[in-house]
Design a protein around this ligand. Structure first.
Ligand code: FAD
Length: 373
C-alpha cells in the first residue's frame, strides 16, 4: 500500500497482526473494495516481540479439508501447522506464518507506519502517520492488546515485572512470587519451576481450579493443566487463593504483603501475570466503554460513538462473550467485511467461503461453548 494515498480508502486496517491481516483478507474478498493495512512495525510485530519462551496455547492442526480449519489460521485456505510444521507455534514462527499469508494473498501492508492520531472527518476518518495523513471511509482498529499490559493498582507496583517483558522470563533462583493465576501467570510460574525456582502464585479467584463451563476464555487450556500438574509434582509450586495488597523492595530482597497481613519473601522481583487492557491507543477517544471498561460496540462490532470504526481482535466483547483467541475473533472477519461491503453496495458472495470453513459467526450469542462430557 502507498502509505499516504491521494484518494480515501474504503477501509483502513490499523495493525498487521492476526486480526488485521485476517480482516484485510476478508475485506479483500469483497469485489471492488479499496483496502490498506498499516503497522507501526512489521507484519506480526507483537509476535516478533513475544519472549522466546512463550508459545501458543491453542494447538494447530491441518484439519481444513474436513471443515475443521486450523484453530490459529486467519484465512480458510491456510494453516500454521502446515506452513510451520509445529503444533504450538512460538511468536517468531507465527509472525512468519502471517508474513507468508500476506505475501501469498498480496495483502497491501505499509510497515513502519504508526497511526499517531485518528479523527472523524467528513463522514469518514483521517489517520495521522509519519508518512502523512491517510483518509478512509471506514477503519478497522486491530491494534492488539500487547501494547497495554495491565498491572494491579497497589503500593509498590513499580517493582513488579509484567510477563510481556523479556526480563520476566530470565533465570531466577530461590523464591519467586507470581501475581495472577490464569494463563500468563501459570505459564511463567511453570517456566520458572521447570528451571528450579520455588514459586508461589497468588490469585484470590483461584482460576487453577476447574472453573465453570467449557469456554477456554474462563477455563485453563489443556496444555496449561498438564504443565501445572507436572510443576506441582516437583513440590516447588504453591498456589494460594489470596490477594496481594502491596510489594516492597529492600536491597536484593522483595516482599509481597497479603490482605490478611501475611508477608511473603522473594529473592527476585515479583512477576505480574495479570493480563492486558484493550490497547486502543489513538482510537480510545472514539469508543464508549462498557461498565467493565472494555470498548462498547454494536452488534456489527462497530463503535457506538463513531459508526464506521470497527474493532477486531482480542479486545472484542459482546455481552459475556470474550473473543480473546484467534479461533474466536476470526469469526468476525467476514461479518465486518460483509457489513462494510454492503454499505458500499458491493457483491459479498465470496465471503461464503469463510462460512463454509467454520470462520463466520453472525449471531454472537450462539458462540458459547458447553460440552456434555
Ligand atoms: C502472551 C499471549 C499469549 C497468547 N496466546 C494465545 C493463544 O495461544 N491462542 C490464541 O488464539 N490467542 C492467544 N493470545 C491472544 C491473541 O490471539 C493475541 O494477543 C493476538 O496477538 C491478538 O491479535 P491482534 O491482531 O489483535 O493483535 P497483535 O498481534 O498485537 O497485532 C496488533 C498490531 O497492531 C500494531 N499496532 C498497534 N498500534 C498501532 C498503531 N497506533 N499504528 C500502527 N500499528 C499499530 C502492532 O505493531 C501489532 O503488529 C495470546 C496473547 C498473549 C498476549
Amino acid at each position: 500500500m502507498t502509505p499516504s494515498p491521494a484518494q480515501a480508502l474504503d477501509t483502513l486496517v490499523v495493525g498487521a497482526g492476526p486480526a488485521g491481516i485476517g480482516c484485510a483478507l476478508a475485506l479483500d474478498a469483497v469485489d471492488g473494495l479499496t483496502v490498506g493495512v498499516v503497522d507501526r512495525g512489521q507484519i506480526g510485530e507483537t509476535f516478533r516481540r513475544w519472549p522466546q519462551e512463550q508459545r501458543f496455547l491453542t494447538p494447530s492442526f491441518t484439519g481444513n479439508g474436513y471443515g475443521s480449519t486450523d484453530l490459529n489460521s486467519v484465512h480458510p485456505e491456510t494453516s500454521p501447522a502446515f506452513s510451520l510444521g509445529v503444533d504450538y507455534p512460538d511468536g517468531r514462527g507465527y509472525a512468519k506464518y502471517l508474513r507468508g499469508v500476506a505475501r501469498v494473498f498480496e495483502v497491501p501492508v505499509a510497515p513502519e507506519c504508526e497511526v499517531t492520531s485518528l479523527r472523524q472527518d467528513d463522514g469518514g476518518f483521517v489517520a495521522t502517520t509519519p508518512h502523512g495523513p491517510i483518509p478512509a471511509r471506514t477503519v478497522v482498529w486491530a491494534g492488539g492488546e500487547f501494547q497495554d499490559p495491565a498491572v494491579p493498582q497497589m503500593a509498590g507496583k513499580g517493582a513488579l515485572v509484567h510477563t510481556s517483558r523479556h526480563e520476566a522470563w530470565g533465570p531466577r533462583q530461590g523464591r519467586l512470587v507470581v501475581l495472577g493465576g490464569y494463563e500468563s501467570g501459570l505459564d511463567v510460574a511453570c517456566h520458572h519451576v521447570e528451571a528450579g525456582a520455588e514459586v508461589t502464585v497468588l490469585d484470590a479467584d483461584h482460576p487453577w481450579d476447574a472453573g465453570e463451563g467449557s469456554d477456554p476464555s474462563f477455563r485453563l487450556a489443556p496444555r496449561t493443566r498438564m504443565r501445572l500438574a507436572r510443576a506441582q509434582q516437583t513440590g516447588r509450586l504453591r498456589l494460594l487463593a489470596r490477594h496481594a495488597s502491596s510489594v516492597a523492595r529492600d536491597g536484593d530482597r522483595w516482599s509481597v504483603s497479603l490482605s490478611d497481613g501475611t508477608v511473603l519473601e522473594a529473592d527476585s522481583a515479583p512477576l505480574a501475570g495479570t493480563g492486558f487492557g484493550p490497547g486502543l491507543g489513538p482510537a480510545a477517544h472514539l469508543f464508549d466503554r462498557r461498565e467493565d471498561g472494555w470498548p462498547l460496540v454494536d452488534a456489527d462490532d462497530q463503535s457506538t460513538r463513531a459508526p464506521g470504526l470497527f474493532l477486531a481482535g482480542a479486545a472484542l466483547r459482546h455481552g459475556s462473550q470474550r473473543f480473546c483467541f484467534v479461533y474466536k475473533f476470526r469469526q468476525r472477519f467476514a461479518h465486518v467485511a460483509r457489513v462494510v461491503g454492503e454499505s458500499f453496495g458491493k457483491d459479498c458472495t465470496a465471503l461464503e467461503a469463510w462460512r463454509q470453513a467454520g470462520m463466520l459467526a453472525e449471531d454472537v450469542e450462539s458462540c458459547g461453548a458447553e460440552c456434555a462430557c
